[in-house]
Design a protein around this ligand. Structure first.
Ligand code: HEC
Ligand code: HEC
Ligand code: HEC
Length: 290
């Protein structure tokens, strides 16, 4: 009947065919079959957690957005993006746009992209096409399982290595601690930015972070000047040269990256990126490797 299925996991239920939008074949589904038999689900599939959305849209949201824009938003994201109503409602920051329209804009916003470390042309095309088509709803049951939030983990010391030398000055000292909170009081060298990269979102103070030689922290100042620092054996990193505030930061490993979407004016990363995250600053947890 010309209805397209997606990723083999999408099932068109008979009752849902009328008016359901499944991507390319919009018109072929508009065949007025409302009176058809009750919905039956083909085995091996899940009902979509993304109610009312076309399957291809749900797939992008599930894999690329739900890690932060899930049922309980995390990672500093202000809103859930799971249901048709949520996608079509007005943004609170740009009330003239729906969340879906704003998504299309943010996915193409070079300075302020969504997801914060950038998207693919393929994912953008799916959302863009749906918005251009007037955001038709879809009632297709499909296998779109939301990515779980990476911040929803227990506290662990992944490296299983502790700093045990107290305040003895060393570049490996006090991983996880707010470096400049001590250093700016005349103890130790002053850094424009410093902190620790960890493997997971919640790790205790004095636990060594990720020591992979491939890990780099890249900071871009308000003047557009980028500088990078590698992490050391404790996962610590620090920058000596001045940074024009406010700055943006990301952690890079090969072709992967994890970016802070907001800009900050304080270079003491671990001050906000504590074990549980600084609630007053809406920080999710540790600075994490991508
Ligand atoms: C790693 C976490 C993360 C992921 C993944 C992510 N976002 Fe976000 N998103 C945020 C944060 C943090 C904000 C708030 C800061 C900002 O607007 O930059 C935000 C804000 C937004 C906003 C603005 C909402 C408003 O009303 O102002 C839109 C739209 C958005 N995201 C769309 C998306 C889309 C679409 C995806 C997936 C393709 C996505 N995001 C993936 C973290 C994330
Ligand atoms: C609890 C306070 C405190 C914290 C937190 C702290 N430091 Fe220090 N740091 C000091 C003190 C005190 C010295 C000077 C010690 C000395 O003269 O022996 C120092 C010295 C240093 C030195 C100079 C070592 C040398 O050989 O002269 C480096 C590098 C350093 N710290 C890096 C860091 C980094 C990176 C962090 C954050 C991950 C950090 N520190 C967190 C107190 C702290
Ligand atoms: C004043 C508090 C604050 C400071 C200081 C700060 N951050 Fe953040 N950071 C946040 C908040 C809030 C978020 C979540 C929203 C966002 O992405 O902007 C975040 C998110 C991030 C993320 C993305 C999180 C993820 O899991 O995708 C990275 C990477 C990051 N910060 C790195 C850094 C680095 C590196 C520094 C120091 C150079 C730093 N931050 C300093 C508040 C802070």
């Amino acid at each position: 009947m010309g209805v397209r299925t997606f990723l083999g996991g999408c099932v068109i239920t008979a009752a849902a065919v009328a008016g359901c939008y499944t991507g390319d074949d919009v018109t072929s589904t508009m065949t007025g079959r409302e009176s058809a038999a009750p919905a039956t689900r083909v085995e091996g599939t899940l009902p979509s957690a993304f109610s009312g959305l076309p399957c291809d849209v749900a797939q992008v949201l599930a894999t690329r957005c739900a890690g932060c824009h899930g049922p309980t938003p995390s990672g500093g994201a202000p809103n859930a993006m799971m249901t048709y109503d949520q996608l079509t409602s007005a943004s609170s920051s740009v009330p003239s746009s729906s969340i879906a329209e704003l998504s299309v804009a943010r996915m193409q916003d070079a300075k302020n992209p969504m997801p914060p470390d950038g998207t693919t042309a393929e994912d953008l095309a799916v959302i863009q096409k749906w918005v251009a088509a007037g955001m038709p709803s879809g009632d297709v049951a499909c296998d779109a399982t939301p990515a779980s939030s990476i911040y929803d983990t227990d506290s662990v010391c992944t490296s299983a290595k502790q700093w045990t030398h107290g305040d003895r000055g060393s570049s490996l000292m006090r991983p996880g601690g707010a470096c400049n909170q001590c250093h700016d009081q005349g103890q130790g060298p002053s850094y424009s930015a410093a902190g620790t990269v960890y493997a997971t979102a919640h790790e205790p103070d004095d636990c060594n972070g990720s020591s992979s030689a491939a890990l780099k922290v890249v900071i871009t100042g308000a003047d557009g000047v980028s500088q990078s620092a590698t992490v050391n054996a404790a996962g610590n990193f620090f920058f000596g040269s001045a940074i024009k505030m406010p700055y943006k930061a990301k952690v890079v490993s090969g072709s992967k990256s994890r970016a802070m979407s907001g800009a900050q004016t304080d270079g003491d990363c671990n001050k906000c990126h504590t074990e549980s995250g600084l609630k007053s600053k809406k920080t999710p947890g540790r600075v994490m490797a991508p």
